[in-house]
Design a protein around this ligand. Structure first.
Ligand SMILES: [Zn+2]
Length: 951
């Protein structure tokens, strides 16, 4: 992009000498806005930002490298700045936090952080000590910019702000630094910014472009918003899956700032938004912060008024989901959001004909930042006092959280529970475990049922919520976030009026459902005999004298173990039933390496050992293949040979970049094995024989007839095709590769679907009457499930109902998944698996297919003595069905999706089709459903297709 400016200057010289050059434009965008952003009295020994740019500051987008050069220079030129590298992006770019303050404060950073830490824990100090600390503490602000890489103006403002703060000789700024630590996090997503900066360069012509629809403004797939793996970093603040967030959050945990400014951009035709959120606001948030939010917004508003700049507050900005930057509000920090209308680089023409320039949008962010710093400076002590009162409440008996304890039941999925422990510890959450059982009363289960008395088994993870981070703990672990009746009313009104929603993100997000771990909430403060949680120990026992080596199949790392060994050409089997061998009990789905399967591999033992050590996963040596009685023996059919997966992901235009990104990341993060991303436009002529496993992330791209037939041939010859959400919808509506139907297309055959369902129900609940069965006389007394149901609904009514019910589909809520525990796709999952559900295709599995997971948990209901009919399906007597687990699921939606399939598997030729109704890897955090997806990819080719025997 820099070259182009030079080129345009050059053009003015050469244009008359040659006919082969480009014409110069009739005007330049830098003439649009003449205000000077940096107009203080500056120290000349510090370089002006222009030094690091090849354009005038604020007129164009500075690249991450240009900003980094400035930071490196400033750290040498000024003693008011200390640079911390808190993370490295996936593409290797450093992430910086700059601590800016007076040299005196900078020299005392450790003491200041120590005092902030004391003030955060009211169990350690009393009121008097707290007051002393507050008197001595400088204000602390965290100023963070452009987490979405294509929302560029924030980082440009940050560059100016850094310079202004360290170089200004004005007493106002010097005084500010005496009383304040300002931490500037200038480029929160350097990889996304670099991608967008590259597209600006790519699509720039000679004349400025003010059309916000053009490529220079939009960039192209996968766009600049997200990071390297297309993650939205502003949804990752509690799940902490990405290095940018992990590094940032641990530094924020150290500093506990008073405010956290998060500067974004929004639609190009908008103005500027700031101020506290509107409802729904998560109930765990300290309402004092809303009060302070208004104080900041008012001051900021008057700065805008004074300059004749338009702005608004609140409107669409809600705050129920705790994984935005606003998670800091649960920790006592006021989160402040800026949303500047997006100007890309040249500026944007508006309906009234005016053009708002890029430089003006940088100026808005700059003025907002200084305004917030001044407001904080004036109110810091009062805010610290409020903070101290809130911190006292968090650890007292009086808080709303005081009598609340979260328990995660023991699991053999060691790696998953250790991951959870890591995430909680990053937020300073204290976690414990019990060596003995603890009996508790009125326990709330994830399904919403209450158990009167419950025995918490030893080895559970226990989080009593009378601790400093109580509000955050509740926000991320409570099963259901409370939503006001008034909010529900407005939501339903919006849905009925025009199908819109007032919910900006998912309405359910708790960690344990996300992770597919069984958990409880206890309505009391469980203390008893607890010890601090320690990760379970790993035992790697790889004896070369053994005949086989095995990893327990409940642990997610067992899939990784199998995948990495297969990639190194080791033959791996999987035991598809629970087993007991050599005195060890192992879960179904345990991968096993048998020496006899690998006769020519001289490094076998070393490979097994190295793989287990790399992964830090327990492995056992087994010395006999004899399973007592009915348990599997090693030569029997339950030791099934796997087939090395050779994986491709369909990608690019037409696919959801989020689902492509998280699929790609899941392979690299969970498995680390080779795979290819294919540009889908190649599918018609690519050689698909190189792959046996093809992943179709969610998308909205239809394949044409030729492409479809290539895909069909490939599956028929033994391929495993795995599709998510939008791509599942596409395959289902194409109707030529799968027998699965969308519910709206199934009513003519609703009887058949119901019979298949009844077979599943009945097979789980068999009781035999010997006299009846062994009677030699023919019986006229046989019961048929459909004859007992009275209220079958005709297809016309079903159709009308379905189109009405489809208006109410959830936008991110947990529903119960009823898991077929005998199927290989469900290795390592719990019986009732929470499924994060949205407006997904509602899948109907007919006779040629298997519904591995259906929606709804069957529960006992004693006074129900007849069949209960829900749309097309019947619930057998004595039972009820739980659908909703957490978040907003309207009753109409529950009815519509009840008993439909979430995950299906069917044979197609020598291959198979595996369809997910949803997006199983959501945000890299849905570990419960991610496991199903990993099973599909790594085990699918071996367990679900006719494997080629090479002659
Ligand atoms: Zn944004």
């Amino acid at each position: 992009m820099n070259k182009l400016i030079q080129t345009s200057l050059l053009l003015t010289l050469t244009v008359y000498c040659s006919t082969e050059v480009l014409k110069k434009p009739t005007s330049y965008s830098y003439d649009l806005y003449k205000e000077v952003i940096l107009n203080g009295n500056y120290n000349s020994s510090i370089d002006h930002p222009d030094t690091f740019l090849d354009f005038k500051y604020g007129e164009r987008v500075a690249s991450p490298e240009q900003i980094e050069n400035a930071i490196n220079a400033y750290s040498k030129q000024s003693n008011k700045i200390k640079v911390i590298n808190y993370a490295k992006s996936h593409e290797g770019r450093p992430l910086h936090a700059l601590i800016i303050s007076s040299p005196k404060n900078i020299a005392q950073i450790d003491l200041i952080k120590q005092n902030l830490s004391l003030l955060s824990d009211a169990r350690k100090i009393n009121d008097k000590e707290a007051k002393k600390i507050i008197d001595s503490l400088p204000a602390v602000a965290w100023m963070a910019y452009s987490i979405h890489g294509n929302e560029t103006s924030g980082s440009d403002a940050a560059l100016g702000l850094i310079y202004h703060l360290i170089a200004s000789n004005d007493s106002e700024v010097v005084n500010l630094l005496d009383n304040m630590i300002i931490i500037v996090d200038p480029v929160m997503n350097p990889d996304g910014r670099a991608r967008f900066a590259k597209s600006l360069e790519q699509y720039r012509g000679t004349a400025p472009n003010y059309d916000d629809q053009s490529l220079i403004h939009s960039g192209d797939w996968p766009y600049g918003r997200t990071n390297h793996y297309y993650f939205d970093l502003n949804r990752d603040w509690v799940y902490l899956t990405q290095p940018e967030t992990q590094g940032r959050v641990s530094l924020i945990s150290e500093w506990k700032p008073q405010i956290l400014v998060d500067a974004h951009e929004m639609g190009a035709q908008d103005t500027f938004m700031t101020g506290p959120a509107r409802e729904p606001i998560n109930k765990n948030m300290d309402r004092d912060l809303v009060k302070w939010g208004n104080v900041f917004a008012k001051d900021q508003g008057s700065e805008f008024d004074r300059r004749n700049w338009r702005f608004y507050t609140g409107e669409w900005h809600e705050d129920l989901y705790p994984g935005y930057s606003f998670y800091v509000n649960f920790r006592g920090t006021l989160g402040i959001l800026y949303e500047q209308s997006r100007m890309a680089e040249d500026g944007v023409r508006r309906p009234e004909g005016t053009i708002q320039s890029y430089k003006e949008s940088v100026h808005h962010q700059f003025v907002s930042s200084l305004s917030n710093l001044n407001t904080l400076s004036a109110n810091s002590k009062a805010m610290y006092n409020d903070y101290w009162e809130a911190r006292k409440l968090n650890v007292s008996k009086e808080s709303d959280w005081a009598n609340q304890t979260f328990v995660i039941l023991p699991t053999k999925n060691t790696s998953r529970i250790n991951t959870l422990a890591d995430k909680l510890k990053s937020q300073n959450i204290e976690i414990y475990t019990n060596k003995q059982n603890i009996i508790v009363k009125n326990v709330l289960k994830q399904t919403g049922d209450i158990v009167e008395e419950f025995n918490i088994p030893a080895g559970s993870m226990i989080i009593p919520n009378r601790q400093p981070e109580a509000p955050l703990i509740s926000a991320i672990l409570e099963f259901d976030a409370e939503i006001d009746e008034d909010v529900l009313k407005k939501e339903r009104e919006a849905t009925l009026r025009d199908g819109s929603s007032i919910m900006y993100d998912t309405t359910a997000f708790n960690f344990t459902m996300m992770y597919g771990l069984e958990a409880l909430t206890i309505p009391e403060y469980v203390k008893g005999n607890l010890s601090l949680w320690e990760p379970s120990s790993v035992e790697i026992d790889v004896d070369e004298k053994a005949i086989m080596w095995i990893v327990d199949g409940t642990d997610d790392l067992s899939v990784t173990f199998a995948a990495r060994l297969m990639e190194q050409d080791v033959q791996v089997r999987i035991v598809d039933k629970d087993i007991s061998l050599s005195g060890k009990s192992l879960s179904r789905g345990s991968p096993v390496v048998i020496a006899m399967d690998n006769p020519k591999n001289s490094k076998l033992v070393q490979l097994v050992k190295n793989t287990a050590e790399d992964l830090n996963v327990s492995v056992s040596s087994l010395y006999t293949g004899f399973g007592p009685e009915e348990l599997p023996d090693w030569g029997g059919r339950h030791f099934r040979l796997l087939n090395k997966p050779q994986i491709a992901i369909l990608s690019h235009e037409g696919f959801s970049s989020y689902d492509v990104g998280v699929s790609w990341w899941s392979l690299d993060h969970h498995l680390g094995i080779r795979h290819s991303q294919l540009n889908t436009s190649m599918i018609g002529y690519a050689d698909l024989r190189r792959y046996n496993t093809l992943i179709m992330p969610s998308g909205y791209r239809s394949l044409n007839q030729d492409e479809m037939s290539v895909l069909k041939d490939w599956v028929k010859q033994g391929g495993t095709l795995i599709a998510n959400n939008g791509s599942t919808r596409m395959l289902v509506s194409d109707n030529s590769i799968t027998s699965i139907k969308d519910v709206s297309d199934s009513f003519e055959n609703s009887h058949d679907y119901n019979i298949k369902l009844q077979r599943e129900f009945l097979s789980k609940n068999i009781s035999i009457d010997l006299d009846y069965v062994n009677n030699n006389k023919i019986s006229s007394d046989i019961s048929y499930p459909w004859e007992e149901t009275e209220n079958r609904i005709d297809s016309d009514t079903l159709k009308k109902r379905d189109s009405w019910q489809s208006l109410f589909m959830p936008s991110g809520a947990f529903v119960s998944g009823r898991v077929d525990k005998k199927h290989w796709l469900s290795f390592g999952t719990i019986d009732t698996l929470p499924l994060l559900y949205s407006d997904f295709p509602v899948l109907m599995a007919g006779s040629g297919s298997k519904a591995v997971i259906r929606i709804g948990e069957l529960t006992k209901k004693n006074n129900q003595d007849v069949y209960k009919t829900i749309n097309w399906s019947d619930i057998p007597p004595g039972n009820d069905l739980n659908v909703r687990m957490s978040g907003l699921v309207w009753p109409e939606a529950s009815q519509r999706i009840a008993n439909s399939a979430y995950l299906t598997r069917e044979r197609f030729g020598k291959g198979q089709i595996i369809l997910f109704s949803g997006e199983p890897n959501f945000r890299g955090a849905a570990l419960g459903t991610n496991r199903l997806w990993l099973n599909a990819i790594i085990y699918g080719s071996g367990l679900g297709t006719s494997v080629l025997i090479k002659q």
